[in-house]
Design a protein around this ligand. Structure first.
Ligand SMILES: Nc1ncnc2c1ncn2[C@@H]1O[C@H](COP(=O)(O)OP(=O)(O)O)[C@@H](O)[C@H]1O
Ligand SMILES: [Mg+2]
Length: 250
């Protein structure tokens, strides 16, 4: 089905998340157009990770949280009865702050989700590995040692390996939860470089503390602020731009 490029990929409508009766997020509205990088800013504790985890229903896995309101992916409610969270998570991948590689080879790490989903024939795996590692800007560094233990990679390479593992599923949307904040400047720059290369090809929602990073990468920004104990969409706090990142200007 042909789809207009400007049609939103994700629409968040009046979304609230509550822990028992305590709201964590209140009345969130957000539209994510196709192919953009949308940066989600806000102070620690404002609910950025919680909002991100709503977008692919990872929130379902946290007991005790209640979600109200609507998230639509290509116009379809992701929380509707009958919606399949596993299928959704294959199309909307996520990358966390800390790289979580498995104690296995680089190759096995890339293939992890693909094998589990069982959708790609074994004969296509070599091409898929090269494509995913290439998109994550890691191929050139590891192509001669795909069977080496992933844990031997530097932390920055491990984060790009996690990115490759997510990209191997060919997701349309990538959710990134402070993906460079655990990295040294050089590794952060490599991750930023690979995110920039994804721009236009996939839709990215990037949670970052770092206003300079948002400026370098994002087409659009949204900011969560805390009002009466819960995160709402608001204007950025002018103090947000903390000590400048050491990543070079792009
Ligand atoms: N499972 C949970 N139960 C209760 N409170 C939670 C839970 N998860 C997060 N919170 C609270 O929600 C608020 C927002 O958390 P989080 O989404 O992690 O913020 P951020 O990513 O912006 O730092 C915090 O006050 C946190 O303590
Ligand atoms: Mg967080």
């Amino acid at each position: 089905m042909a789809e207009s490029r400007s049609a939103p990929v994700l629409e968040v409508r009046d979304l609230s998340v509550l822990a028992a009766t305590q709201p964590i997020l209140r009345g969130i509205n957000l539209t994510v157009p196709a192919g953009v990088i949308l940066a989600l800013l806000g102070p620690s504790g404002a609910g950025k990770s919680t909002l991100l985890r709503c977008l692919n229903r990872l929130i379902d896995l946290t007991p005790g949280l209640r979600v109200q309101g609507e998230v639509r992916f290509h116009g379809q409610s992701i929380f509707a009865a009958g919606a399949d969270p596993d299928a959704l998570r294959a199309r909307i991948g996520i990358l966390f702050q800390q790289p979580a590689v498995f104690p296995a080879s680089i190759r096995q790490n890339v293939l992890f989700g693909v094998r589990h989903a069982g959708r790609v024939p074994r004969g296509d795996w070599p091409e898929l590995i090269e494509r995913a590692l290439g998109e994550a800007s890691l191929w050139e560094e590891v192509k001669d040692r795909l069977d080496a233990p992933a844990l031997r990679l530097s932390v920055g390479q491990q984060q790009r390996l996690c990115l490759a593992r997510t990209l191997a599923m060919n997701p349309e949307v990538l959710l990134l939860d402070e993906p460079t904040s655990a990295l040294d400047p050089r590794s952060a720059e490599a991750v930023e470089h690979s995110l920039l290369r994804l721009k236009g090809r996939r839709t990215l929602v990037l949670v970052t503390h770092n206003l300079a990073q948002a400026r370098r990468l994002a087409d659009q920004t949204a900011c969560l602020v805390v009002r009466e104990g819960a995160g709402e969409i608001g204007l950025p706090d002018p103090d947000l731009d903390r000590p400048a990142p050491t990543v070079g200007e792009i």
